[in-house]
Design a protein. Structure first.
Length: 539
């Protein structure tokens, strides 16, 4: 029998009055055993993170446990005071949060933040804390750890920041590690590295791990056992292989089916004598001024980028963080101005436009951003948020609001959503609002910048289906930016693969996904969670 490090018994966590249901977590029971990785799976709102927050004593204001037990080393955590919880956190239970940039202090060096874990629990002296911080950075595989220990969070990549969070969580060698969606916003190669790191550390240290995710591809990579949650209840619990190969509940099957397929659907070949968009030899360099102790830097974000996009076509831009794909998208909509090259939309060079002429032409190109919550004003009703673009371009307010209500209906939310605020919607619903706003000016081209990367797989599938329907109905062209080749293969007619600001490969979705020519493309494919078949090198 495995030894249970954590036992949750009949846990009920009540939501505040007026919430969409009475309980965030209802009669939930499961164990997390020593030496295993228990994956807790479900969509946003399933209660999976709320159960973890109850374990850590970090429930939001107004949310409270009303029934059950959370037993850790025989002690009921629900009976602890805040001071006792604080002593437990880090020392015996470590936690990795989803977004390290918000969890790390931007004003403190990385080494000092790791050292602070020891200081908070009265461990080691100042010199020993710094030495231990360096050891931890080496253990979690940070490149150039001697340099990274003196860096600030913004000077590290997303994957490196997540490794710092793992180092902090492991600093005091806890018995239980809780990882709350730690790879959701990472590109596939970095995600694969983090998953391997968690698995290796768990095996090396013999820890119990509770790994929270919405992606069964991640489950296939690392899970020992699986707990599937929906609307605060457990719908399936069992051995990972058994659940993956023979799911018993319809919801579990739906989550597995929502994972983008490794098969490539047929895409039409779009040919035009004059493409809608022509990108020619585009260059963009970011420069930072040096200081007293900091040298100046120059980063070539785009290096001689050239491609075309036909009317009605979807072209995918794929690559890791730092590949230049988002910079390219921002240049296409002129949120960034390239240093050289041409951006021709129906023969009009966007790089030469200014003022009123740019404003007139920019209506034809709109953008869907990765984080709809950050791109929407929390104090503005969504109807007005959608109407602002048309109003700024001379449409009467009443007419613009009427159009906004129609667009909300078009994206499946209904006209009544116009009077609500962004925080009253789920992540998938907010992304639909972002799509409606992008459509408000009747564009010919939409740039979707990682528009589904942070969504649950089932919601992701719905948004991708919506984009395809709108594309056909409104004769749109799409520039689809993503770090996931699997998603790109489902929706794109052609795919462009970028690395370090350059195009390394481009071709049809089928050719790129099934017969990649470049080693970097094969690495991206091999890093997809749950992808079992190897991508063979070309003969």
């Amino acid at each position: 029998m495995s030894e249970a490090v954590l036992s949750i018994r009949d846990l009920c966590v009540a939501l505040p009055k007026g919430a969409d249901r009475e309980y965030a977590v209802e009669n939930v029971s499961y164990d997390v055993n020593r030496g295993e990785i228990m994956c807790v799976v479900g969509e946003s709102g399933s209660g999976k993170s709320m159960a973890a927050n109850a374990v850590m004593g970090l429930l939001p204001k107004g949310v409270r446990p009303v029934k059950g037990e959370i037993l850790f080393d025989g002690q009921d955590l629900l009976s602890l005071s805040e001071k006792q919880h604080r002593e437990l956190r880090g020392l015996h239970i470590g936690m990795i949060f989803q977004e390290p940039m918000t969890a790390l202090n931007p004003l403190m060096r990385v080494g000092d933040q790791i050292a602070e874990v020891f200081e908070a629990h009265g461990r080691l002296n100042t010199k020993e804390r710094q030495e231990k911080a360096l050891e931890l950075l080496i253990e979690v595989g940070i490149p150039q750890p001697e340099k990274a220990i003196r860096a600030y969070p913004f000077e590290l990549s997303g994957g490196q920041r997540q490794r710092v969070m793992i180092a902090m969580a492991l600093a005091l060698e806890p018995k239980l590690l809780i990882a709350d969606e730690p790879t959701t916003a990472l590109d596939v190669t970095t995600q694969a590295q983090i998953l391997k790191l968690v698995r290796d550390l768990q095996e090396r240290r013999g820890m119990a791990v509770m790994f929270i995710t919405h992606d069964f591809g991640v489950v296939a990579e690392i899970a020992t056992r699986v707990c599937v949650m929906r609307f605060g209840n457990i719908v399936e619990l069992g051995d990972a292989r058994a659940v993956l190969e023979n799911p018993q509940h319809a919801y579990t099957r739906a989550l597995i089916d929502a994972i983008p397929s490794n098969a490539v659907p047929p895409h039409r070949e779009v040919t035009e004598e004059v493409p809608l968009l022509q990108v020619r030899h585009l260059d963009k360099v970011f420069r930072s001024r040096g200081g007293l102790f900091k040298p100046s830097r120059e980063v070539r974000a785009l290096d001689d980028i050239s491609f075309t996009l036909a009317r009605g076509e979807t072209v995918g831009i794929v690559g890791e963080s730092g590949s230049g794909k988002s910079t390219l998208g921002r240049c296409v909509v002129r949120l960034e101005r390239p240093d050289s090259g041409e951006l021709l939309l129906d023969g009009v060079d966007f790089t030469t436009l200014h003022g009123d002429s740019l404003r007139r032409e920019r209506k034809r190109v709109q953008m869907i951003f990765q984080d709809p919550y950050a791109s929407l004003n929390p104090r503005t009703q969504v109807g007005m948020a959608i109407a602002q673009g048309p109003i700024a371009n001379g449409v009467a307010k009443g007419e613009a609001l009427k159009q906004a209500a129609e667009l909300l209906g078009l994206v499946g939310l209904g006209a009544s959503a116009a009077e609500r605020y962004p925080h009253e919607f789920s992540g998938g619903q907010r992304q639909r609002i972002g799509i409606a706003r992008a459509l408000a000016l009747n564009p010919e081209l939409i740039v979707a910048d990682e528009a589904v990367s942070a969504l649950d797989v089932s919601i992701q599938a719905q948004v991708l289906e919506l984009l395809e329907e709108l594309k056909q109905k409104l004769s749109l062209s799409l520039l689809f930016i993503t770090h996931d080749l699997r998603v790109a293969a489902q929706v794109c007619d052609r795919i462009i693969v970028m690395q370090h600001g350059r195009i390394v490969e481009q071709g049809s979705a089928e050719q790129i996904f099934l017969a990649p020519q470049e080693s970097y493309t094969r690495e991206l494919l091999a890093a997809i969670p749950g992808r079992e078949e190897a991508v063979a090198a070309p003969a």
